[in-house]
Design a binder for this molecule. Structure first.
Ligand code: AMP
Length: 116
């Protein structure tokens, strides 16, 4: 299922350009247009879900596939050893701005904790 008004569905469809770095049957990974770290890649399911909770609730293979692609991206970006952070902002208070499920893969610099 896709949403014709969804920005990330348009990237999946190839209607909006993105710098795609990895793909699987059910997910794609592309560079964030406003990077917050030397590596900042978004991993999204090809199907439209509002957030990662919906992906998990759907009960298909997408949730595991998302994490596998995150891990693959970390390896190919060279940040698997130094460390990286996966972030899935969920809902307005957590600063979700695009309501198509996505996981941020961030790395290449030290990161503070707790997050802002
Ligand atoms: P979030 O705030 O967690 O919903 O993250 C949405 C992310 O999508 C932000 O980090 C944006 O910079 C990023 N973003 C928005 N539009 C695009 C686009 N066309 N291509 C790549 N990344 C985008």
């Amino acid at each position: 299922m896709s949403d014709p008004d969804c920005l990330f569905c348009k990237i999946v469809a190839g209607d909006i350009a993105a710098d795609i770095v990895a793909e699987s049957d059910t997910a794609i990974a592309f560079r964030d247009v406003n990077p917050q770290a030397p590596t900042h890649v978004l991993v999204i399911p090809r199907e439209h879900y509002q957030n990662v909770g919906e992906v998990a609730a759907a009960g298909d293979v997408d949730a595991g596939d998302l994490f596998r692609l995150c891990s693959e991206v970390a390896a190919t970006e060279g940040i698997a050893e130094s460390g990286y952070r996966l972030v899935a902002n969920t809902g307005a208070q957590a600063h979700q701005t695009v309501f198509h499920a996505h996981v941020h893969v961030l790395g290449g610099r030290p990161m503070g904790w707790p997050p802002g």
